[in-house]
Write a protein that binds this ligand. Structure first.
Ligand code: HEM
Length: 404
């Protein structure tokens, strides 16, 4: 039996209630009705089995063109636009396979491992710059270090000219801010598409040994990648490849600073992988992915009815804190054996950049703590959050650094 008129939970865009809100959503059963910015409603799904079941259900699609009757470019709210329908992120079926295959060879474990020396050089360069920071004064580790690593790595891979990079980073960061007005978000999306079109123009003029040039060649050579897909794929690569890994580095750093005994063990026993997996479990960088769409009416085990054309918001970040799966689920514990999480998603859209994100975070954390003694410059409770229910990060991580 379907629930008569479920209460509507308004998604909080301040980031301050991110975890508490996930518990409220979980309390609603298999799916809870939520209000999203832009006057939209969706079904939020937060339990691990329900997430796994729905993201692999053939009656659910990522593609708004197939699953959302009211879809037009204009009706799609701006904060859903960064990953326009033309990229693999929002594609389904053979389109998804075709688009994913164009990129996936660059992200195999082996190809990513080959990037270790260049990632290490980027990290060391940033740490060199920090050695000249005034001692004893707080430094924002996010702005000066963690934020710069993934964006530099992905811009290098895509061959983004140095003078385009600041703007690229700025528009990508704003793209997951769900607290912006519709006008601000639309202006940001315009700036983002323009930044990518400028990148394509620069590569047409001066091709390089980079992924943008390769995708441009594929586009020019045949019918495997349309103009719109090219732009959307590049937006996806910069967006997905930048914001998320920053959060992983930030959360891991704060966890180690607030658990000094675990930091000592990590250093002594080279436990960086455990640090990363536990941070992905407890503090997933992407809390909710909007949106998927029901292609048919779907009745969930508890009787909730998701009707054809309705939106589904997947709470990947909630899975790691599911109390039925994890004892002491809010505690960050290096030695925990139940570190299972869905931070990289599940099913055919599983994150393509997972090996790269893990590599970036390992190199960043190991080098940071090798070279500096680090202390939080504020109480952990004073760390401010990013204004988003999609992303999950601090907006700044003020620390005191002492050279070792
Ligand atoms: C800690 C860092 C990261 C996290 C937590 C993360 C998380 C995710 C999640 C949750 C999805 C969507 C899964 C779904 O909807 O089913 C996704 C997709 C994706 N991610 Fe990541 N990601 C990270 C880093 C990266 C990096 C560094 C790259 C690339 C350089 C990347 C590229 C992608 C791509 C291309 C997709 C779309 C895959 C598809 O639709 O088939 N991600 N990621």
């Amino acid at each position: 039996m379907s629930h008569p008129s479920p209460a509507l939970v308004v998604m909080d865009s301040t980031g301050r209630r991110l975890y508490r809100q996930t518990d409220e959503l979980r309390a609603g059963g298999d799916a809870t009705r939520v209000a999203l910015p832009g006057g939209l409603t969706a079904w939020s799904v937060t339990s691990t089995p329900m997430i796994k079941s729905l993201v692999t259900d053939p009656r659910v699609t990522r593609d708004p063109r197939k699953g959302w009757p009211g879809f037009t470019d204009e009706t799609q709210p701006p904060w859903m636009m960064p990953w326009t329908p033309a990229s693999m992120f929002n594609a389904s079926g053979t389109d998804h396979t075709r688009l994913r295959k164009l990129i996936s060879p660059a992200f195999t474990q082996r190809r990513v491992e080959a990037l270790r020396p260049s990632v290490t050089a980027i990290v060391d360069g940033l740490l060199d710059a920090l050695t000249t920071a005034p001692q004893g004064e707080p430094v924002d580790l996010r702005a000066t270090f963690s934020y710069k690593i993934p964006i530099t790595v992905i811009c290098d891979l895509l061959g983004v000219p140095k003078e385009h990079r600041d703007l690229m980073a700025q528009v990508m960061e704003a793209a997951i801010d769900t607290s912006m007005s519709a006008e601000e978000a639309a202006a940001n999306n315009y700036a983002m598409v323009k930044a990518i079109i400028d990148l394509i123009a620069a590569k047409r003029e001066e091709p390089g040994d980079d992924m943008t040039t390769q995708l441009l060649d594929i586009h020019d050579d045949g019918d495997r990648l349309t103009e719109q897909e090219l732009v959307a794929t590049l937006i996806l690569m910069v967006g997905a490849g930048s914001e998320t890994a920053v959060s992983l580095i930030d959360h891991s750093t704060v966890a180690l600073l607030t658990h000094p005994e675990h930091l000592a063990t990590t250093r002594a026993e080279d436990r960086w992988n455990d640090v990363i997996e536990e941070s992905l479990r407890r503090d997933a960088p992407i809390m909710h992915i909007p949106a998927r769409y029901a292609l048919e009416d779907i009745t969930l085990p508890d009787g909730t009815l998701i009707r054809t054309g309705e939106l589904i918001l997947i709470g990947f970040g909630a899975a790691g804190r599911d109390p039925s799966a994890h004892d002491r689920r809010d505690e960050w514990d290096l030695d925990r054996t139940d570190k299972a999480h869905l931070a990289f998603g599940h099913g055919i859209h599983y994150c393509m950049g997972a090996p790269l994100a893990r590599l970036e975070a390992t190199v960043a954390l190991r080098r940071l703590f090798d070279r500096f003694d680090v202390e939080l410059a504020v109480e952990p409770s004073e760390l401010r959050r990013q204004p988003s229910f999609i992303g999950n990060d601090y907006s700044a991580v003020p620390v005191l650094l002492t050279r070792r």
